[in-house]
Design a protein around this ligand. Structure first.
Ligand SMILES: Nc1ncnc2c1ncn2[C@@H]1O[C@H](COP(=O)(O)OP(=O)(O)OP(=O)(O)O)[C@@H](O)[C@H]1O
Ligand SMILES: [Mg+2]
Length: 293
């Protein structure tokens, strides 16, 4: 059973920000599906999934902006690139970076290993952010993964890509299926955006339960309040109930990302929203460092 500190009580109950992961991996398969955890302590690369079972909660916004924050951190240190991998056929991550859909159906071939992922990766205006875009073909990704039958295919692909991209950010679709199970096996950390609502703690518990059900060794899960508007009484109430969760404010500059095709940090670096994403990225790096031990 997944453990959530402080659970029980009202729908607004407090939940500690990082949910403990399970222990041991009973699912490690024989072939390509070797246990990722076995090499984790030496690995300095990391895959960060932005995931929720719910739609419209800010996943794509988080993914695009956090990839940019990752690149900013790299600009100041080792100069390594970040890959933003769009796993949602809607293609929002590529759109936020102004990438044009190519109109082809190729993304699914990456999962079949018919085409190397590197052939599909596109450059963005930021030299340290590349995007592996989605297209219509991955609408059927769930069925495709079931057909392939490799339970760690996504983990294997991210591991291969991590040689070139020490940080990989996955923009996930709001699904609960084989793809989300593969995401849980591939990720070192799962970020769950939660718009403030009395149901936010419940939504998180649903995600945790489902993720924990897919693999015994699930990665840490970090809930983050999304679209927080402190002018609204309900949002203040939720904030009060979850003071430890990182939060991204509701802001028109965030909506501008889709208009200007640039991350909020590039549009307005000093805005509270840009600062919030930067702070969240630092929390992510701290969690990854803690996990490495
Ligand atoms: N902090 C914010 N302030 C204002 N608007 C926001 C904020 N975060 C997200 N939005 C807006 O909310 C909408 C949904 O965001 P987004 O597309 O990132 O969600 P999603 O979870 O990826 O959705 P889907 O499940 O459909 O893929 C978008 O119009 C986005 O611009
Ligand atoms: Mg999305």
């Amino acid at each position: 059973m997944p453990r959530i500190a402080g659970s029980g009580g009202s729908a607004l109950r407090r939940v500690r920000p990082v949910v403990a992961s399970g222990k041991g991996d009973a699912e490690a398969g024989p072939e390509e599906d070797g246990p990722k955890g076995a090499t984790a302590p030496e690995r300095r690369s990391a895959t960060i999934a932005i995931y929720s079972v719910k739609g419209g909660v800010g996943k794509t916004t988080f993914a695009a902006n956090l990839a940019w924050c990752s690149a900013q951190a790299a600009h100041h240190s080792d100069g390594h690139r970040t890959l933003l991998w769009d796993l949602d056929a809607a293609g929002g991550s590529g759109f936020l970076y102004g990438l044009e859909p190519k109109g082809s159906r190729l993304a699914e071939e990456v999962f079949n290993k018919d085409r190397p992922a590197t052939k599909l990766i596109q450059k963005t205006a930021d030299p340290l952010v590349d995007v592996l875009p989605a297209d219509e073909s991955i609408r059927a990704l769930d069925a495709q993964l079931m057909r392939i039958g490799k339970r760690k295919r996504l983990a294997k692909l991210t591991e291969e890509l991590s040689a070139d991209y020490p940080r990989i950010v996955l923009d996930c679709p709001p699904v609960l299926n084989e793809l989300s199970a593969q995401v849980a096996r591939a990720a070192d950390l799962i970020i769950v955006p939660l718009p403030p609502s009395p149901l936010s703690a419940r939504a998180l518990e649903l995600v945790v339960r489902e993720i924990a059900g897919t693999t015994k060794r699930h990665p840490p899960i970090l809930p983050v309040l999304s679209m927080l508007d402190m002018r609204r009484a309900l949002h203040r109430q939720v904030r009060e109930a979850q003071p430890d969760w990182p939060a991204v404010p509701y802001a028109s500059v965030v909506e501008q990302c889709a208009v200007q095709h640039r991350p909020v940090g590039a549009i307005s670096p000093n805005s509270p929203a840009a600062q919030a994403f930067a702070m969240l990225w630092r929390a992510i790096e701290a969690k990854l460092a803690e996990k490495r031990g």
